[in-house]
Design a protein around this ligand. Structure first.
Ligand SMILES: Cc1cc2nc3c(=O)[nH]c(=O)nc-3n(C[C@H](O)[C@H](O)[C@H](O)COP(=O)(O)OP(=O)(O)OC[C@H]3O[C@@H](n4cnc5c(N)ncnc54)[C@H](O)[C@@H]3O)c2cc1C
Length: 359
């Protein structure tokens, strides 16, 4: 499949799912539209810890893209993007295809940082892309071993709580405090939960290299073993930074409030791959950008005025505790328990169902 598209959506991230969902409800603009996705499914990160904890089946945590695309007359182009040329408005796929479009929209997420020097003695499993992570985890489960998780943010904490029951020994290494940036009361709850689950938490350990079977923080050996999971926050996709699009110092695409690239306004970017002030990188903000992105893509195609994205000042954090419960933080208030887990489950299932046309 090739040729010129009016609009090409690159990446089946949370914001693009929101765009497709609105089109499902009859708001699709006219024109030839394509979606490039690495895999046949969009995985929902909010349910990944529950999947690993054995609370969900894989098919409950992902959205099959072909059916959604067919329903909204979007051509699904399965393949891994390798490059983007903003001068010709085209993208390159790993299989050699080049696809060009009048308008491009990027919602490609981010990737964990990989310490330098990874070698054969220590198996490294980045948490993204999810499809590859789940395959690797399935293989590891056949012969459980001690492991370390790098990254003490929400993802690292949720993963540690989900995996602790099935791993002989689990260490969580965090360069800052665990859940830095969250209220102290949530931190306290999480650290207690991790201790109860038998997870060894080591804070202030900035692992930057792997040497043999050792994780190194500077010159110090921080941990030795055979397996490490990378959940080290959001890092930019290297090929995006090299594309010629204006990027911030960390390689994320700088966008205006209308979610357009500062250097190439025919390119939109949303979610983790974009850089916009007062907009943290999380699924919550990527989802919030969906309706504005949908409105602006329609406006761009029809030549109408665009609307700004105004990030919410606060966001709800609901962290899975690995046993069906959850920990909550909202505007300085924190709580935990099974009822919150039930509520999180309702919200997560609703997210999936809305993209299956069930709600
Ligand atoms: C375990 C875990 C739990 C989390 N829980 C939460 C939570 O509860 N709440 C929350 O707000 N945030 C959570 N996050 C963070 C959240 O996952 C991200 O911030 C969010 O997914 C970003 O959304 P996005 O739309 O930018 O991109 P994503 O949802 O990551 O989607 C990016 C898409 O682009 C595709 N893609 C990437 N590269 C290519 C390529 N080269 N070619 C083709 N396609 C490509 C990917 O396959 C993917 O489909 C969690 C993260 C993890 C790891």
């Amino acid at each position: 499949m090739s040729g010129q598209f009016d609009l090409l959506l690159a990446g089946a991230g949370h914001a693009h799912l929101g765009v497709l969902r609105l089109w499902l409800n009859g708001q699709r603009p006219k024109g030839r539209i394509g979606l490039v996705s690495e895999g046949p499914h969009a995985w929902y990160s909010g349910m990944l810890p529950g999947l690993l904890a054995g609370l969900y089946r894989p098919e409950e945590c992902r959205i099959p893209l072909q059916a959604l695309c067919t329903a909204v007359d979007v051509e699904l182009l399965q393949g891994c993007l390798l490059g983007l040329d903003p001068a010709s408005n085209s993208v390159e796929l790993a299989d050699g295809r080049h696809i060009s479009a009048t308008w491009l929209s990027l919602n490609l997420g981010s990737q964990p940082r990989v310490p330098r020097g990874a070698g054969a003695a220590l198996e490294v499993l980045p948490v993204k892309p999810f499809e590859a992570f789940l395959k690797g985890w399935e293989r590891w489960q056949q012969a459980p071993q001690a492991l370390a998780i790098l990254g003490g943010g929400a993802a690292g904490v949720e993963l540690a709580l989900a995996l602790a029951p099935v791993v002989p020994a689990l260490t969580l290494l965090s360069s800052a405090q665990v859940l830095a940036g969250h209220p102290q009361a949530l931190r306290t709850r999480a650290v207690r939960r991790l201790a109860e689950a038998g997870v060894v938490v080591r804070e202030g350990i900035a692992v930057d290299a792997i040497d043999g079977d050792a994780l190194l923080a500077g010159n110090q050996v921080a941990w030795r073993g055979g397996r490490v999971i990378l959940a080290t926050g959001a890092n930019a996709l290297p090929w995006l930074g090299a594309s010629g699009l204006a990027c911030d110092e960390r390689g994320f695409v700088t966008v205006s409030k209308t979610l357009q690239s500062l250097s190439h306004p025919q390119v939109f970017a949303a979610g983790d791959c974009a850089s916009l002030s007062a907009t943290p990188r999380s699924g919550v903000y990527a989802v919030r950008q969906g309706p504005v992105l949908a409105a602006n893509l329609s406006a761009a195609l029809s030549g109408s005025p665009l609307t700004p994205f105004l990030p919410q000042r606060r966001s709800l954090a609901l962290l899975a505790d690995g046993q069906g419960g959850a920990m909550l933080s909202w505007a300085g208030f924190t709580a935990e328990g099974e009822l919150l887990g039930w509520w999180k489950d309702r919200l997560d299932r609703r997210f999936i169902n809305r993209h299956l046309g069930k709600q």
